[in-house]
Design a protein around this ligand. Sequence first.
Ligand code: NDP
Ligand code: 2IT
Length: 447
Amino acid sequence: MRAAARAEAFFQDIVARNAGEPEFHQAVSCLFESLVLLLERAPHYADAALIQRLCEPERQVIFRVPWQDDLGAIHVNRGFRVQFNSVLGPYKGGLRFHPRVNLGIVKFLGFEQLFKNALTGLPLGGGKGGADFDPKGKSDAEVMRFCQSFMTELYRHIGPDVDVPAGDVGVGVREIGYMFGQHKRLTNSYASGAITGKGLSWGGSRVRKEATGYGLAYFVSEMLDARDLAFDGCKVIVSGAGNVALHTIEKVHQMGGTVIACSDSSGYIVDEQGIDLEALRTLKEARRRSIHEYATLVPSARYRADGSVWDVPCDIALPCATQNELDETAARTLVKNGVRIVAEGANMPTTPEARRYFRSAGIPFAPGKAANAGGVVTSALEMQQNASRDSWSFEDTDERLATLMRNIHERCIGTAEEYGRPGDYVLGANIAAFKKVADAMIALGII
Ligand code: NDP
Ligand code: 2IT
């Protein structure tokens, strides 16, 4: 059978085995599009059910999370941890707390994480978890009780050499703190390396909070550099206004670009003067409010509840909010308005149609598994510091992050060239990452 037909047959099998999980199918399909080229040159990667084994998580845990709200009512949420693959190291990946979390979402995120982690070159397996819990509007005490209940089951499945969770949407240092506290209590051990994204005074790493956003900016800077361009004078759009978006805005401004628009789940703001980061931080981080209040704090800004942030003309577009937030219509608008580079800060924010449109229009496009790897890279640096009971300076950690992002960029570019598609970051990332995991799977036997 020809490579394309084999890949299609594998894909249909995965769709049938994992019914009702469209995001997981989408993540698998994106990888498979790139694998056709690899299988033409190296058909042995399709032997021994290797691809089927890679698409089947090693373990999936689903559990009840009961908790009590401030009024005494009892709620039940569903917790997940999908341990996708540990062939390169302990399972590693974040936890997402969001009402729309379900098994398919956690599997897509775990699948992406596996290949992202492989691309970093660091000894990390892949996993992801979370719960359909909505932290919005909950008191600190409610969030604490939820996190404690969640960890009361999760602690059985994690550990520094087993599985190391971290944050993701809806899980920041507050939630990590409550979960780490409960883990410490249940295990009677200060297992710093069992979770990353910790606070600085209790085992965290400098730069972890900033890492995904900074890493994205470093990656884009490499993309610009490769084309003799720079951030100077560029207008940038960053969607979202959470951890990734805020630190992307900060670093883009430091590097000479101007972020003129960002968004949250209620709408978007445009500020041609450049987003006032302190005002945005106060609003989103400190007060956890809606972005529409930004326009009342900063007179030069306007807020829109309808339309799309991608309607705003820009040179660089950085989706940093959520999956499938940038569709083909948005891609066409961006290209018509002269976008020159697109890079994903979020996981799978671009639909397949939009991604293909950027490719056909010749727009350099960096997938999340390469461009947003800075978070997990710095989680690995946190694990290194925990293991050696050390604590590095901001400058040292930031320098390592920048170097690792540069290496990922080179790996993508080098692999894309090797496979006859210069500048195709999607192909380069997918093939480089897949080969790394697949070669280890082959070496370790039928597991
Ligand atoms: P946060 O929870 O800190 O922030 C998410 C932001 O996205 C919020 O501002 C939220 O708005 C906004 N948002 C959600 N849905 C939409 C939407 N449909 N349109 C516009 N904005 C929306 O999460 P993170 O910043 O940590 O994560 C963002 C993305 O980055 C996710 O895809 C995550 O998987 C990915 N990522 C995160 C990493 C990390 O280390 N944290 C590492 C690598 C990737 P509101 O405030 O209204 O809820
Ligand atoms: O999507 C991601 O890479 C993350 N949420 C961070 C994972 C981690 O383990 O730091």
